[in-house]
Design a protein around this ligand. Sequence first.
Ligand code: CAA
Length: 385
Amino acid sequence: MAVAPTLTDDDEELILEAVRELVREKVAPRAAEIDASAEFPWDLQKLFAANDIFGLIIPTEYGGLGGSFLTYVKVVEEVAKGCATSALMIAVQELGALPILIAGNEEQQRRYIPKLASGEWMAAYALTEAGSGSDAAGSMRTRAVRDGDAYVLDGSKIWITQGNIADIVTVFALTDPERGPNGISAFVVEKGTPGFTVGKLEKKMGIRGSPTVELHFESCRVPAANLIGPEGDGFKTAMKVLDKSRPGIAAQALGIAQGALDYAVGYLKERIAFGKPLAQQQGLQFMLADMRTEVEAGRLLLYEAARKCDEGAADLTTWAAMCKLKCGDVAMSVTTDAVQLLGGFGYSADYPVERMMRDAKITQIYEGTQQIQRIVIARSLVGRR
Ligand code: CAA
């Protein structure tokens, strides 16, 4: 992708045009197969790497394009129109890089970020545990105990997207259990570190080409140099990362919704019933009108949240939660309606809306459930206590 190191609006439009072409020619045609095989699409990982897509928001000094979050969410949206699994690959690379970008020191940034920007290495983010999903801080059990020039990690994580293919994982662990959220620290753990193993691979309803795994840490010695930020700051880092990554998931959701709407419109224009195209039935037009309105409402929230990421706005936490809440719900309702509009064919795996409906569901669950987003939004109105 030929762009200048510092992106102008024209460069960003060029990127979007190039991504649309890649999606049309290489990504969308692979989506059904990726879903059916449930295998990670390494061919598309290489395609994205070759086109600098993993480096979109990475500063140019670390080999990235130095693009805006607004461009980034638009790229994720474009890819998700064709294949939700592929869009997630881009979003999780961002999620995995953000702890180091936000809280890492210069040495850590120089060591890891260029490799993530180029796609030579993949990243993952390990917060969730068997007993701590929504209550991410309160029920964490993974421990990290200082021992000389290392920390020794013991515990397990679950639902870790790309945990088995990642070259580095940011792991959140308790360094001081007495201090609650302020006793959590973040570490970069490299693949192959003794004591770090990958466990069960989940079988999922959707995003089936994206691997989701358990990670285990048993007397796993991680160099103290891999502590991200000060001890005890890990939970705040985790939350700051989610503020910037939830818009990426909202973009994935929005892309899925737009992809389903586009497909349904095309189908209704072709399908004849009662002597005319289904698109001429007013009852179905009303459904399409509602779908479009919901998609555009989600898009406005998403782009505004992305602008707030770019500005570092003080109310980003609330906007990130609002866009994720809205776009996740829009993805679910629009894909469900798209299946309905196609009738029996919508329920068949021969048509993409069935896959889109299954893929949409996770956007209401991961990176904080819709209920957690509502808690975050409500706290902006009434406070934490
Ligand atoms: N930025 C900075 N600091 C923040 C923050 C933010 N957005 N949110 C909270 N904090 C700080 C608080 O100020 C507080 O610090 P002080 O004590 O110094 O004041 C500390 O963190 C603890 O905050 P809370 O008391 O608000 O913590 P809580 O236990 O009530 O939890 C929560 C808040 C919003 C419910 C949080 O636990 C949460 O977001 N849960 C959902 C977890 C989640 O989204 N997991 C996603 C996993 S990743 C994933 O899904 C990826 C994938 O597969 C693709």
